[in-house]
Design a protein around this ligand. Sequence first.
Ligand SMILES: *Cc1c(COP(=O)(O)O)cnc(C)c1O
Length: 422
Amino acid sequence: MVLTLQDAQQRDEADPLHALRARFALPRLPDGAPAIYLCGHSLGLMPLAARADMAAALDDWARLAVLGHEQGERPWITYHDALAAPTAQLLGCRAEEIAIMNSLSVNLQLMLASFFRPAGRRRCIVIEAGAFPSDRYAAATHLQWHGLEPAETLIEIGPQDGQECVREEDIEALLARRGEEIALVLWPGVQYLTGQAFDLGRVASAARAAGAQFGVDLAHSVGNLPLPLRELDADFAVWCSYKYLNAGPGAVAGCFVHRRHFETDRPRLAGWWGHELQTRFQMPQAFRAAHGAAGFQLSNQSVFGAAPLIASLGLFHEAGSERLREKSLALSRLFTELLAEHAPQVRIITPREPAAHGAQLSLRIGTDPARSKRIFRWLTAHGAICDWREPDIIRAAPAPLYNSFADVFTFVMRLAEALRAA
Ligand SMILES: *Cc1c(COP(=O)(O)O)cnc(C)c1O
């Protein structure tokens, strides 16, 4: 395959989603040149319409002050509802199963408080070896919170020797072997470092067969992969909104609670905003949970942390999950082919099968981490924005909402140059 920049640009012209790129603020370098931004797995770009949603929230505050709670253009008391419905559409579940609140790590702690209930022999948590630190800390500290010793009760499943990725059959085998000891399985949709996308349906079935609760961390999945949560049968899910969802740094995160848990008296860490709305402001002493996931809210909505999400969810709705996934796979295919041709010494550790990856490709260059890091720094200095994760991984993700085929082409050409320069 010999592909030129013009070929890539022709593919952009034929791409039905290409026009959406103009609806984002594309970052520029200090000299004004456009950057090649393949970092949406870490922080998504700003939808231009986010300014108007932020301005509307600021205007309501300026104009109405406290009355904005009820009289705002989007009243703050029910602001949550404007976010839960489109999020549910994106995630393929019911709006009542969604709470938009807090940050990911906080939501994970709250969900573990409700769903990790060790009893008798069943007191272990299963996670992946190499989990994102917050997830590991959350699991380990919940074990300690219950007086358990993580060295004995935190079970980590890693790749087989010499492999980068975890096989679903190894998860199934462990859950079949030690199922009676396991209270909860916490698993990611997409692994943050390797970019591996898991067959969550398989993990969910294995967790259920073992009698364990199943929670998923969708930080790298929402806005990246089609996610019919209604088919997945997880007990809970958590995610952040600033990666593929483009809601801005530290944006309000999300949480899913399966409707089978609505009527149970499952314990929860409660706050006044989770109280049913009809009587919330009578300031009752006894907590009565609002229906659904909304009953897990603690505090009043962080309106400025949530406003940009409205614009972003609108763009996802326009694009459609299927078309986005189709484009994402085409971008990955081009990325892989160009790397093989122009940078053959770069190894892609993300699995190749389409079902086992999202937008992100994780790259390892040779065996010298110091040289890899020099290459990464060269890329950044030359306007190709990706990121570095210890010990020696470069992550790059063409996001189908705003990245182009030409972006992928230019990125690989820069990488080839970097390899020659370092
Ligand atoms: C990005 C990410 C987080 C980040 O947590 P915050 O609470 O949003 O800072 C946590 N877990 C995983 C798996 C992530 O990818």
